[in-house]
Design a protein around this ligand. Structure first.
Ligand SMILES: Cc1ncc(COP(=O)(O)O)c(C=O)c1O
Length: 394
């Protein structure tokens, strides 16, 4: 009997991506994540990280990690509910809760786990989720895992969001209105005040994912709730420790009851090992730095405005960006990936993004500036983009 490969269908799919020019090879980072980093043997300007405040290489974070490793070891040894809750984990959670002005906080292994674990824990198939069309994949997966009914409204369309909520008035089940605070591919900000009004009018739970707003928006980077002055009106705030905070992890902030409930029902919390002590210690140091070094956020926004203006002056379409996430709209995925590869050859790393991360026909190059890029680096990046665009886009 001839043997067939039961995974052969994967090779067929990979071949089709190679033919379409959308097959992606992983680039190898051979230095720290910094404004200029070494990828695949080449020094390039790095506009592809989420290291908004430059904290990945901050000496205080590095020292905290080393000290915690010496004192507590390399790993926690267990999931949180068995024996893996260290005093460092609890200290970090207290610190974040105080920072965000909420009763309590729980830290997950990643932002992905925080979103997916929370939505799936609190809702059941009898409930309803009203969700922005461009919400992050971790929200979408959490919604699917909960088996609640999902009602998607077009991106930032408040009329349609209200129509969905109004249609559910009187229908049994809990309602969760959920949005990214800053949208990861567009770089625009959620209309949170209007969403909160809707949630209050229709008795829905309000949840916001501040992955790209923590350390970026609000006082000292407290996020969109603080940015819009909505303290006490958003029941669930998610954030990451993997982006502006510079380390790894995700957190959920809210009432003591919410957090105690998640301790009992959030599956990533119950069934996956807690962070190594080094991670918790570095994150604690990072929250101190948010308060102690406000110039980082100021530099981030100065660089953001400067770079966006340069790109616009050069004739690029930066979409609806209002934050350090600045897309350059291209159209076809194949073109975006070819553009990104050519930029790399000229000394700039800027990611090509295509389907399924964004809709078909909406492919783009995504750039993210950080506080630690210099004006010269940003000028050089604009010059490379203009030069390469002339050959790749025309
Ligand atoms: C909007 C949004 N939410 C959540 C996440 C997940 O965060 P993490 O990388 O910490 O898992 C990301 C990015 O990766 C994101 O862009």
């Amino acid at each position: 009997m001839s043997k067939t490969n039961p995974l052969g269908f994967l090779a067929d799919q990979l071949d089709s991506w190679r033919e379409a020019g959308t097959f992606q090879r992983l680039r190898k980072l051979q230095s720290a994540c910094a404004p200029v980093s070494r990828f695949d043997g080449r020094e390039v300007i790095n506009l592809a990280s989420n290291n908004y405040l430059g904290l990945t290489t901050h000496p205080k974070l590095i020292e905290a990690a080393i000290e915690a490793t010496r004192k507590y070891g390399a790993g926690s040894g267990a999931v949180r509910t068995i024996s893996g809750t260290m005093d460092l984990h609890l200290e970090l959670e207290r610190k974040i809760a105080a920072f965000k002005n909420v009763e309590a906080c729980v830290v997950f292994q990643s932002g992905f786990a925080a979103n997916a674990g929370t939505v799936s824990a609190i809702l059941t198939p009898e409930d309803h989720i009203i969700s922005d069309a461009l919400n992050h994949a971790s929200i979408i997966d959490g919604c699917r895992l909960s088996r609640a009914k999902i009602h998607v409204f077009p991106h930032r369309d408040m009329e349609m969001a209200e129509a969905k909520l109004a249609a559910l008035a009187g229908v049994p089940g809990h309602k969760l209105l959920i949005t990214d605070g800053v949208f990861s591919m567009e770089g625009d900000i959620a209309p949170l005040p209007a969403l909160v009004e809707l949630a209050e009018k229709y008795g829905a739970i309000m949840m916001v994912d501040d992955a790209h707003s923590s350390g970026v928006l609000g006082r000292a980077g407290r996020g969109t709730v603080d940015h819009f002055g909505l303290d006490g009106r958003v029941q669930i705030q998610v954030g990451t420790l993997s982006k502006a905070i510079g380390v790894l992890g995700g957190y959920v902030c809210g009432s003591r009851d919410l957090i105690d409930f998640l301790y009992h029902r959030a599956r990533p919390f119950l069934f996956s090992t807690s962070h190594p002590p080094s991670v918790a210690a570095s994150c604690i140091a990072a929250f101190d730095i948010l308060e102690q070094e406000p110039e980082r956020m100021r530099d981030l926004w100065k660089n953001t405005e400067y770079f966006r203006a340069s790109l616009k002056a050069a004739g690029f379409d930066t979409g609806a960006s209002e934050t350090p996430i600045i897309p350059i709209m291209v159209g076809q995925a194949k073109t975006a990936f070819a553009f990104s590869r050519a930029l790399f050859e000229e000394g700039l790393l800027a990611t090509g993004i295509g389907f399924p991360t964004v809709a078909e026909g909406k492919a783009r190059i995504r750039t993210i500036v950080t506080a630690t890029h210099t004006a010269e680096q940003l000028d050089q990046a604009t010059e490379i983009l203009e030069r390469v665009a002339r050959t790749v886009l025309h």
